[in-house]
Design a protein around this ligand. Structure first.
Ligand code: SF4
Length: 284
């Protein structure tokens, strides 16, 4: 994207069409941050081949004691990367898409099955160029059986639309599949516990295999911890390209629910999405 007027003009138009302030932070003119188009071409969105992320956004990757599993596909290396730990490279289930949904609905592998109304497998195209991984179903998702409904879902859709991504876009590169780290609602919307994330991870890994996205967006700390095997704070995981255990590139950013509570961080989220778009464009 860097150096591509087409991208920045289109993004700018999309954000304007969104009413921009719908998820763009409203700030006084005198203190206004760079416009979206400027952010899209700023150096905080490095080229995929650039192994040195911008200093302001480049905390040291967490030390990894074991090498990640080899990539499933012969995709060209993407850097900078923080390979996921071996603990998240477990074998996914050997079921097709239909069997996976059935297995999720029937699952009683952790205690979250006790309080659920409906398990929430995920929605979107399969395969798709992009995949979004959130945290866990909330009250409305539990009732409707779909991820990201309600205000957080509306914000997510606005963020994806600004990237020209849609759940049912005709062009595969613009399609997105949306799933959560755990498929059942935790009581009182608490964070999923590590054992619950472990129990549900085979479903998520199989979804990633079936969707086969070129790039995965990890929304929130829970998704990042589950798929990257790290306990680093989300703020330290932003601003660089990670690798999942299968070698797939992933970008970490704030969860829409968090952004609804902390709208001043929407600018940072947009920077993350610009990095994701840059990275995606440079993938083979
Ligand atoms: Fe099964 Fe995942 Fe639901 Fe736990 S959260 S019961 S592992 S589908």
């Amino acid at each position: 994207m860097s150096g591509s007027p087409r991208w920045t003009e289109r993004q700018h138009a999309l954000l304007e069409a969104l009413g921009v302030r719908g998820w763009w932070p409203a700030v006084p003119e005198s203190t206004a941050p760079p416009a979206p188009a400027a952010v899209a071409t700023a150096p905080m969105a490095p080229a995929v081949s650039d192994v040195s992320p911008p200093a302001a956004l480049a905390p040291k990757p967490a030390p990894v004691s074991t090498p990640a599993a080899p990539p499933l596909s012969p995709a060209a290396p993407v850097a900078p990367v923080a390979p996921a730990k071996e603990s998240v490279a477990m074998a996914p289930l050997a079921v097709d898409a239909e069997g996976l949904v059935e297995a999720i609905h029937a699952c009683r592998a952790c205690g979250l099955c006790e309080g659920r109304q409906r398990a929430v497998p995920g929605v979107g195209a399969m395969p798709a160029g992009w995949m979004v991984v959130g945290e866990a179903p909330g009250e409305q998702e539990d009732r409707q059986g779909e991820p990201f409904v309600g205000p957080a879902g509306q914000l997510l859709d606005a963020m994806l639309a600004a990237m020209d991504l849609h759940r049912a876009a005709p062009e595969p590169a613009r399609q997105v599949f949306i799933a959560n780290t755990v498929k059942c609602r935790p009581p009182r919307n608490r964070n999923p516990e590590p054992a619950e994330m472990d129990a549900c991870r085979p479903f998520l890994l199989r979804q990633i295999e079936l969707v086969n996205p070129k790039l995965v967006l990890l929304f929130g700390r829970i998704a990042a911890q589950s798929l990257l095997g790290t306990d680093e704070a989300l703020g330290k995981l932003r601003g660089r390209v990670h690798r999942l255990a299968d070698g797939r590139p992933a970008i970490v950013t704030y969860h829409p629910s968090y952004l609804l509570r902390q709208p001043q961080d929407k600018l940072k989220a947009w920077e993350d999405l610009c990095l994701a778009m840059d990275t995606f464009e440079q993938l083979p």
